[in-house]
Design a binder for this molecule. Structure first.
Ligand code: THU
Length: 136
């Protein structure tokens, strides 16, 4: 299946508008493309007890998994302090990379975006080498 990068980034930008980040003021949106063709979005949601908050990526995965999806092709991600202008590419934190490795193969695409026109594509295999695996 073809990956519509533009649509995926637009979805991540939309999800970022719902980010709840009053503590860090770092707003993140993610859009996850399932093999079914459906897109699931997530945003970060912080908590006054800081470690309780969740990242945008795991939020998107939780939405997709809750809908019965198990196969995934790509995730677009956009984040930063200024929602109007994104200066830097945002890459998934280590915890999210490990979370993705439970469901995604090394060729899973992670698209870090500044806009629909400016993005950096990586694979999970590149961003997470030697992740934890109980079967090792
Ligand atoms: N955050 C994400 O949503 N995704 C990441 O991959 C890294 C960080 C969020 C968590 C927290 O709400 C804020 O960004 C600052 O760390």
């Amino acid at each position: 299946m073809d990956i519509n990068i533009n649509e995926l980034i637009t979805s991540a930008i939309g999800a970022r508008k719902n980010a709840y980040a009053p503590y860090s003021e770092f707003y993140v949106g993610a859009a996850l493309l399932a093999a079914s063709g459906k897109i699931f979005v997530g945003c970060n949601a912080e908590n006054s007890s800081y470690p309780v908050g969740i990242c945008a990526e795991r939020s998107a995965f939780a939405a997709a998994l809750s809908a019965g999806e198990r196969d995934f092709l790509a995730l677009a991600l956009i984040g930063g302090k200024n929602a109007e202008k994104t200066h830097k590419f945002c890459y998934p934190c280590g915890m999210c990379r490990q979370f993705m490795s439970e469901f995604c193969k090394p060729d899973f695409k992670i698209i870090s975006a500044k806009s629909e026109k400016e993005y950096d594509i990586n694979t999970l295999g590149k961003l997470l080498t030697k992740g934890f695996d109980l079967d090792v």
